[in-house]
Write a protein that binds this ligand. Structure first.
Ligand code: URA
Ligand code: SF4
Length: 214
């Protein structure tokens, strides 16, 4: 049993380790994203899943609710998971940064990609989540997650869909759902096809991991 093993090893279970990390995140001021956040967005799902999904960072909707992937990109993510009969409850879902990155534009705050310094500052929490959960498979959603988890020079268009060994896990990156949503016509068809292909490969490894666990 994973939970008994964890109790023997570290005196606490995964839920408790994650709850403690989430508590630290909720009061974190390690980077300037702390200044404008409404809520931190730590992560959701099954801490015993063999599959962790890592997105970029919270947007406006996530900042408002404290939950990852609740906007349009989240709806597409649900459809992608559904294509292989998974729901977000079957996986653990988090992001490279736990606070919304935004900048003023035309009188309101617009989402922007997190900066390398922000991702680096926040990586202690993502590393903590990876240590607590020890997922067999990590699916990076988009370039920032892939650069954080797989290789700093990762090129999403060239290297997506490939498997990498990273610290005891198998990692792959695919296009971010928000990127897919920005494509039109042939580009949209191509991007969707690529993501669907990638998620099938991920699902095959997910099944293997479940079988190996018995
Ligand atoms: N995009 C992300 O990368 N993460 C979220 O949580 C929501 C949108
Ligand atoms: Fe802390 Fe991460 Fe939020 Fe920056 S993004 S304040 S490092 S929790």
């Amino acid at each position: 049993m994973d939970s008994l093993f964890d109790v023997a090893e570290g005196g606490e279970n995964r839920e408790e380790r994650l709850a403690e990390l989430a508590r630290q995140v909720s009061v974190c001021t390690r980077c300037d994203l702390a200044l404008n956040r409404t809520n931190t967005v730590f992560g959701t799902g099954d801490p015993y899943s063999p599959l962790m999904l890592v997105g970029e960072g919270p947007g406006e909707n996530e900042d408002a609710t404290g939950l990852p992937f609740v906007g349009r990109a989240g709806k597409l993510l649900d459809d992608i998971l559904k294509a292989v009969n998974l729901t977000r409850d079957d996986v653990y879902l988090t992001n490279t940064v736990k606070c919304r990155a935004a900048q003023p534009e035309g009188g309101r705050m617009k989402n922007r990609p997190p900066r390398a310094g922000e991702i680096n500052a926040c990586n202690i929490y993502l590393a903590g989540q990876r240590e607590a959960i020890r997922p067999r498979i990590i699916l990076c959603l988009g370039g920032p997650a892939a650069k954080t988890i797989i290789d700093k020079d990762f090129r999403i268009t060239k290297d997506r869909g490939k498997w990498y060994e990273v610290g005891g896990a198998l990692a792959m990156a695919t296009f971010h759902p928000a990127y897919v949503l920005r494509q039109r016509d042939d580009d949209l068809v191509r991007a969707k096809r690529a993501v669907w292909k990638d998620v099938q490969a991920v699902y095959a490894e997910y099944q293997k991991a479940l079988e190996a666990r018995g």
